[in-house]
Ligand binder design. Structure first.
Ligand SMILES: [Zn+2]
Length: 119
């Protein structure tokens, strides 16, 4: 298995990118500071997770754009109903994606700038 797929798999399972064992989150939105298995400090520097906003924003923008065109061409809802669906997507999707966006960002960082001890 390529290293890239291994890191994506760890990100999707919300576990440490270095060892693949320690969970990243201790609640819905709260992260552990370090990996319980290998001791990796997840937040590399202050503001590190700002990068995850790009992932979250990109997925939300693409999803809402595709949904807009589907709703527009399906033409089964009124304009107000279409707007309600789109507003719900742009509010709820970033909340639902929060954990995976952070995890994918952490995996991307490990892929591009590896920290030692990767198993
Ligand atoms: Zn770890």
């Amino acid at each position: 298995m390529s290293r890239y797929l291994k890191l994506v798999g760890r990100a999707l399972r919300l576990v440490c990118p270095v060892c693949g064992r320690g969970p990243l989150f201790k609640g819905l939105f709260r992260m552990h500071e370090t990996c319980s298995h290998c001791g990796l400090k997840f937040e590399r520097e202050p503001g590190f997770f700002l990068g995850s906003i790009y992932i979250n924003y990109g997925i939300t923008a693409i999803t809402s754009l595709v949904t807009y065109f589907i709703l527009f061409f399906a033409n089964v809802l009124t304009d107000t109903q279409n707007m309600a669906v789109l507003v719900a997507i742009v509010i709820l999707l970033p909340i639902l994606l929060h954990r995976h966006a952070r995890s994918l960002w952490l995996g991307f960082d490990q892929w591009q700038d590896p920290r030692p001890g990767e198993e």
